[in-house]
Design a protein. Structure first.
Length: 69
């Protein structure tokens, strides 16, 4: 078995520069997938705090990372 990640940033890349770009795109998009009301912003703050402290464990399975250009 293997893990395939599509248009996903590696955890190590989710630091300041990439995170700023992701948040900027999120705020500019205002699409049906993102909510910029109080609930959406509170959820985003929670996830940033939660995943800011999290480090994934190494996998024994191969990982394929696909990103669009």
């Amino acid at each position: 078995s293997a893990l395939c990640l599509i248009d996903t940033y590696p955890p190590a890349a989710m630091r300041s520069a990439v995170l700023k770009e992701v948040l900027s795109d999120w705020l500019e998009s205002r699409s049906d997938f993102w909510s910029t009301d109080d609930d959406g912003l509170s959820a985003m703050a929670y996830y940033l705090e939660l995943f800011g402290r999290w480090s994934p464990l190494p996998l024994e399975a191969p990982v394929l990372l696909l990103q669009a250009e």
